[in-house]
Ligand binder design. Structure first.
Ligand code: PLP
Length: 340
């Protein structure tokens, strides 16, 4: 049996989700006639108390559309150094939006309202004009770290005061909501736009939503077309999203408990130098200098356990709906049995 912990994107739809998908009514989404896409777009917006949303093929597309919605060429975007929108979207901020970036160096990708204030570019023709702040919750490369919502509110106040937009890369926002028992409506109040992914912990095969007010969504719909993201009978995959939002949120708690169990094992072994917080479903750790991460990856691989080598002796493991408690116990045992 393979235990695939490389990402929570490796899940395959189960029978119930597949049945729901194949029995979905469909129409031409470009003509606004796909009932399931329309239902999903309405449902996502309502969850966050926002006016609308657009269904897109990927989180990269929803994030990059958001950056373009909120910036003009030559503007500046504030985000954290490990932010997905900057590190892992192919330079999309430069490519699509011709914007520059001010990175905040902070622990695990979290920052404060004070950090934002000191990162805003001065009103000076030599400088790019700051127009957007972007946060990520949970922070993927921060080991699944979640934000304190009161700090997000403070950042939102700074953004409103300074006339900046505030975007959330919420690829794994539901992990944070479940972990901290938070209400999505509060996130709708704090942010101008929110991107959520249906294809990560929620288990849908494809799909992300960009959620915001009507004006932003009107512009996002146009940009989705320009970027080639409008689909035709997309209801089959939108149905997976509806199913995921209705059935797969509360169970994220199981993934968090499984991740804690693996983290406990990593905490006990001598070859781990540093373990990231592992608050939700992502576990990142650094091995000691004399223990190449490739060796750990290979030892686990021999036992059918797949993990991701992030480079610089960092390894990532992610729990998800296809990882059972029994598999988790096997991983914890395998970790404890690696003798260096
Ligand atoms: C935090 C974060 N944002 C955005 C994305 C992009 O999502 P996609 O792979 O659907 O483009 C990912 C993907 O892993 C992610 O982890």
């Amino acid at each position: 049996m393979i235990i695939d912990l490389r990402s929570d994107t490796v899940t395959r739809p189960g029978k119930d989700m597949l049945d729901f998908m194949t029995s979905s009514p469909v129409g031409d989404m470009v003509l606004g006639e796909d009932p399931m896409v329309n239902e999903l777009e309405k449902k996502a917006a309502e969850m966050f108390g926002m006016e609308g949303s657009v269904f897109c093929p990927s989180g990269t597309m929803t994030n990059q559309i958001a950056v373009k919605v909120h910036t003009n060429p030559g503007d500046d975007v504030i985000c954290s150094k490990p932010a997905h929108i900057y590190q892992y979207e192919g330079g999309g901020i430069a490519f699509h939006s011709a914007a520059s970036v001010t990175l905040i160096e902070s622990s695990f990708g979290l920052f404060t309202a004070g950090d934002v204030l000191s990162s805003i570019q001065p009103d000076d023709p030599h400088k790019p004009a700051t127009s957007l702040v972007s946060a990520e919750n949970t922070v993927n490369m921060g080991g699944g770290k979640t934000w304190d919502i009161s700090e997000l509110r403070k950042i939102s106040d700074v953004c409103r005061d300074k006339g900046l937009a505030f975007h959330l890369d919420g690829a794994r926002l539901f992990n944070a909501l479940v972990k901290n028992n938070e209400n999505p409506l509060h996130y709708g109040e704090i942010f101008d736009t929110i991107s959520i992914c249906l294809s990560k912990g929620l288990g849908a095969p494809v799909g992300s939503m960009l959620i915001g007010n009507s004006e932003h969504i009107k512009r996002a719909t146009r940009l989705r077309k320009v970027m080639g993201g409008t689909m035709r009978q997309a209801g089959y995959i939108a149905a997976a999203g509806v199913y995921a939002l209705e059935n797969n949120i509360a169970r994220l708690d199981d993934d968090h408990r499984n991740a804690s169990l693996v983290a406990e094992a990593l905490n006990d072994v001598s070859w781990v130098e540093k373990l990231f917080p592992a608050e939700t479903n992502i576990i990142i750790f650094r091995t000691k200098d004399n223990v190449p991460s490739a060796r750990i990856v290979s030892e686990l691989h021999k036992l059918g356990i797949l993990v991701l080598d992030l480079g610089n002796n960092h390894i990532r493991m992610v729990t998800h709906m296809d990882i059972s408690r029994e598999m988790t116990l096997r991983v914890a045992e395998a970790v404890r049995n690696i003798k260096i």
